[in-house]
Design a protein around this ligand. Sequence first.
Ligand SMILES: [Zn+2]
Length: 277
Amino acid sequence: MTDRPLTLMAVHAHPDDEATGTGGILARYAAEGIRTVLVTCTDGGCGDGPEGVKPGDPGHDPAAVTAMRRQELQASCDVLKISDLEMLDYADSGMMGWPSNDAPGAFWQTPVEEGAARLAELMRHYRPDVVVTYDENGFYGHPDHIQAHRITMAALEMTTLTPKVYWTTAPRSMMQRFGEVMREFAEDMPEPDPAEAAAMAKIGLPDDEITTWVDATAFSGQKFDALAAHASQGENIFFLKMGKERFGELMGVETFVRVRDTTGAAVPENDLFAGLR
Ligand SMILES: [Zn+2]
């Protein structure tokens, strides 16, 4: 149809989000010969440090965390066979309400138009056929995820090149199974506080509102290994504890809501590139 490769662009907030949310599709589409472009918006400096030092604790050095996570991101990209990694290198804003939300250079403080203009440049360069990012709540309310959503949607408006656009989501049926597995593998974890539990309950969508189910179970080993590359981040350890097989059963199918389509492909669909090849 064209003289350039079919291209998938995933826009993520932090190093490791590419693996958790879209590791399956990135690995699967790379194996199908599709060019895969990952845009990571922040440096992940508010993540856990070496030896599990938490942000805000003494000895947490954002510069050291950033350097470590840059290497982890590269290792994850190698596992997932990502064609092109682009980093916008904004400072990680931390969780909602943290003082780092207001720090100079924080992604959350960056005007949407500025971030969008930089992302639009990348879109003009790669001309992605499919763009994937988060919904307007950033899937779970993290400011950098919300901001990644905002700059992506603004950049898409500026470029109008991309026929298919998706937001990551999770079916409620899966969230329920996820909760059960979590209790099984994380019995030493404290019960979530009510606010956290209420936030979790709002994540995802009823199954019949999901437009796109992509089976990447055959690539869940790569997804697991990509997450293992980010083992310094405490929240990933839960997934790794599950082991590859259980992980593949739970996390092998990735789901999306299609929010733009100019191809006319029917939904529900099982391929982000339906109508494009
Ligand atoms: Zn993130």
